[in-house]
Ligand binder design. Structure first.
Ligand SMILES: C=C(O[C@H]1C=CC=C(C(=O)O)[C@@H]1O)C(=O)O
Length: 371
């Protein structure tokens, strides 16, 4: 463990790009250490590496290519310095609150005006970054959020981001395809068996409907789970799992990806007017918040089942391509001694601006707990 983190510390000190992450409910920590500081922009999504993509897909996606990196893995986590959490005082002033209330109000009016049916509106909170070491913050995220995708990503020409996201964008293993529709939020009060209001049920249904519509021509045998309540930190969300098999028309992965991203979980419905509203009315650049990140075109080995009768078959290990992308939520960006925490929420016709503000406050606590 110590050696693993020493390697990362050294990489960070030498201003070299890297990503370190743990997948949901997994014990393995993986780090991809790029050996030079070149900025690799993604073109076509057919290379292999760790991709880091912004909300606005007209901006560049960044790749840490496996071909120019060293990958190291560590599979046991101790509480090494990472278990203390604290309450952070952030600089949320009344002006920031007023701005958000007005923004949500504008969104509701646009929905009533039939410009779109849902829009996700967000803000950026400025906090002190006292710890000074992002890898200590990363360890705290690991300890606090077992079921999240927890990461720390750094590129000297872009910046440093950390997060613990509950949302998978998509997974593709060979031809197997799966996605998650996640939306709707309420505080967790010790019970998963809760009632959801129509507003939250509707905002999550928009996401499911959008995904199903977007994949219907390229995915066969589509299976849709029941809507379930899931816990993410101190919050609950509504979740539907969608899976199927990619068919032969799904050849252009970039096209498929951009038809899905950004989904109404982070943008709105319909996508184009909702995105235009966000870019026009939010008073800041989301950058990589509500973008996506993860393993692109990795090669995974599938071992034959152990009970297999034909001994000869056991000699073969099948290899297939695997892509696992997550939505960059519950994240923060570190610049010197300042941390920027990014939070938002889905607005529909029946939204209440004050409750929407409170929801962003609750979401920001998930991240601020580790600062
Ligand atoms: C946009 C965010 O959350 C999304 C994911 C889950 C629940 C959401 C909601 O209830 O609004 C959002 O769609 C965020 O955490 O910043």
């Amino acid at each position: 463990m110590q050696h693993f983190f020493e390697r990362l510390e050294r990489h960070l000190k030498n201003n070299l790009p890297f990503v370190v992450y743990r997948k949901p409910n997994n014990i393995a920590l993986k780090a991809i250490l790029q050996q030079d500081d070149e900025l690799h922009k993604v073109k076509g999504f057919n290379k292999t590496g760790f991709v880091f993509s912004p909300f606005d897909n007209s901006a560049d996606s960044i790749l840490i290519p496996l071909s120019v990196s060293e990958t190291i893995v560590f599979s046991e986590i101790t509480n090494d310095k990472g278990n203390q959490t604290s309450e952070v005082i952030s600089k949320v002033n009344s002006e920031a609150k007023e701005f958000h209330l007005r923004l949500v109000d504008k969104g509701i009016r646009a929905i009533k005006n039939d410009e779109f049916q849902k829009v996700v509106l967000s803000r950026k909170e400025i906090c002190d970054f006292k710890d000074g070491n992002p890898l200590t913050t990363f360890k705290k995220l690991l300890n606090a959020y077992q079921s999240a995708f927890v990461y720390c990503w750094y590129h000297p020409k872009i910046g440093l981001w950390l997060g613990a996201t509950p949302e998978t964008l998509l997974k593709i293993e060979g031809k197997q395809f799966s996605m998650m529709s996640l939306a709707g939020t309420q505080d967790y009060k010790g019970d998963l068996n809760v009632k959801w209001k129509q507003k939250e049920l509707q905002e999550q249904q928009f996401v499911t409907d959008f995904i199903l519509e977007s994949i219907k021509d390229v995915v066969d045998n589509i299976q849709v789970s029941n809507v379930e309540t899931v816990k993410a930190g101190n919050l609950l969300h509504l979740r539907t799992l969608i899976k199927g098999v990619l068919n032969e028309t799904a050849i252009d992965f970039e096209r498929l990806l951009y038809s899905l991203h950004p989904t109404p979980a982070v943008c709105g419905m319909p996508k184009t007017p909702a995105k235009a509203f966000i870019l026009k009315h939010e008073n800041y650049n989301r950058e990589f918040y509500t973008g996506f990140l993860g393993e692109l075109n990795f090669e995974t080995e599938i071992k034959p089942r152990t009970g297999q009768r034909n001994i000869e078959n056991r000699a073969y290990t099948l290899k297939r391509k695997s892509t696992q992308l997550y939505v960059n939520l519950r994240c923060l960006q570190i610049k010197g001694d300042t941390a920027f925490v990014y939070v938002g929420g889905g607005i529909t016709e029946t939204s209440n601006p004050e409750s929407e503000w409170e929801e962003t406050v609750a979401k920001s606590k998930v991240v601020k707990k580790v600062l």
